[in-house]
Design a protein around this ligand. Structure first.
Ligand code: ARG
Length: 463
């Protein structure tokens, strides 16, 4: 670009070095904000008109020009140029090319600092809305699968060691509530992003008689920033959004890890649909859980974007600093990671099946009814600590001989734990064990059905 051709060239004797131009430019990524930029500009120019800051006829020409540009961008016919630095100057430059010098009046009372902040607020609100929708759909799948698998009993773990059996429905509903918290966090992000920064100018406001509240209302904001410095310096809402997205990924990643484990031969009770698995180019027998692995793997990059922006912001004096241009690519990439992950995960979850035969084999012969056996002794008057010891000894005795509880003979039982009646043991099926946990939020059928009903009510009340 020749000296004087740029929008700020007036005070310079020569144009920037070509490497500076490329280094400084953001248009290759911030063009993603074009629709919001134009929406904001139209609201701004209408306000300038209403306030008598620019003439009606001028405002109308500017708005018409912006509408044309908007259509061309939508149809992919607009050519963004690196030399024009960012999305804001690309659009404004094109406007002036089209309608002449009057296009230069659009930027009256405005700076790119409040302009870009406005674009990002609009973007964050819209994108958070989309993530909320995707979570809603994933929760719908969780409810459906929990209903379908209400009576499937699976091993429950702590430390990834067999603990107590649980219903698969109960396990799925745990994720329902995790994603519900993710939704609440995102709603909080939207609430706090719902303030218009426009009118803050570069940092201190403007000398023109603008009406900030009016523009905010046109654009659907609940209010405006009270402080012009804060308005252009704040990136909290982006950080919060990144944290909420990172937490969504963390939840998806834990769930992925479980699907990977439980579909492996060693566990083998989850069967992923072929459409959500891939093969090996060498080993014909392989069925790999690539989708789940990639969701788990991509979690790190979303964490990275949160860390990166926190670090970018930590040493910044008020108000705008060019460092802040770094807020965009990470957020864009985080969204391009989280949204497909949520979509794919919902499909993968919806299509997976459970192998009941495999679960029956797995559940037979473990000692996960040990707590219930100790509880039975307690009901018989034995103090819990003593009961724990008796059952612990019995587990060691049975494990040494590689016998399941249910396969212990009365003679063996008499030898290892005379306090335990043989019929207590035969009653301790996994189904019995889950049914016995009748506390609210526990595994008994009626408790899980009640929980499911509450979850479904919450889900229905979304929006
Ligand atoms: N491209 C810039 C950004 O994303 C827009 C604001 C530029 N403002 C400035 N004073 N250089 O942050």
């Amino acid at each position: 670009m020749e000296k004087g051709q740029s929008m700020w060239g007036g005070r310079f004797r020569k144009p920037p070095h070509e490497l500076v131009e490329a280094f400084n430019a953001s248009v290759h990524f911030d063009k993603r904000l074009a629709a919001y930029d134009i929406q904001g500009s139209i609201a701004h120019v209408r306000m300038l008109k209403r306030q008598g800051i620019i003439a009606v006829e001028e405002a109308e020409r500017i708005e018409a020009g912006l509408c044309e540009i908007s259509q061309e961008i939508e149809q992919g016919r607009f050519e963004f140029r690196t030399a024009l630095e960012d999305v804001h100057m690309n659009i404004e430059h094109e406007l002036t090319e089209r309608i002449g010098a009057v296009g230069g009046k659009l930027h009256t009372g405005r700076s790119r600092n409040d302009q870009v902040a406005l674009d990002m607020h609009l973007f964050v609100k819209a994108e958070a809305g989309q993530v909320l929708e995707l979570l809603h759909t994933l929760q719908e799948v969780l409810l459906a699968q929990a209903e379908r698998y209400m009576d499937i009993v699976i091993p429950g773990y702590t430390h990834l060691q067999r603990a107590q059996p649980v219903r698969f429905s109960h396990h799925l509903l745990a994720y329902f509530w995790m994603f519900e918290r993710d939704r609440e966090r995102l709603q909080g992000v939207v609430r706090r992003a719902d303030l218009s920064p426009l009118g803050a100018g570069a940092l201190a406001g403007t000398t023109f008689p603008i009406d900030r509240v009016d523009v905010a209302e046109t654009l659907g904001f609940a209010g405006i920033y009270e402080n012009s410095l804060d308005a252009v310096s704040d990136r909290d809402y982006i950080l919060e959004f990144l944290f909420a997205l990172a937490t969504v990924m963390m939840h998806l990643s834990r769930f992925s890890e479980e699907l990977i484990l439980y579909s492996s031969t060693e566990f083998g009770w989850i069967e992923l649909d072929d459409a959500y698995a891939t093969g090996s180019s060498m080993m014909p027998q392989k069925k790999n859980p690539d989708v789940a692995e990639l969701v788990r793997g991509k979690t790190g990059r979303v964490y990275g974007h949160l860390q990166a922006l926190l670090t970018t912001c930590k040493g910044l004096p008020l108000a705008y600093n060019k460092d802040m241009q770094e807020d965009k690519e990470g957020l864009f990439d985080a969204l391009d990671t989280v949204k497909p992950s949520l979509r794919l995960f919902a499909g993968m979850l919806d299509s997976l099946t459970v192998r009941k035969d495999r679960l029956d084999t797995l559940l037979q012969g473990d000692y996960s009814a040990a707590t219930d056996l100790a509880d039975a002794l307690v009901r018989d008057g034995v103090p819990f600590r003593a009961a724990h010891e008796v059952v612990g000894n019995l587990v060691r005795y049975a494990a040494d001989r590689q016998i399941a509880f249910v396969d212990l003979t009365p003679a063996q039982l008499a030898e290892a734990a005379p306090q335990v009646a043989p019929d207590w043991i035969s009653a301790l099926t996994p189904e019995h064990v889950v049914e016995a946990r009748t506390s609210r939020g526990g595994t008994a059928r009626f408790a899980v059905v009640e929980q499911w009903t509450r979850a479904e009510e919450v889900w229905r009340s979304h929006r």
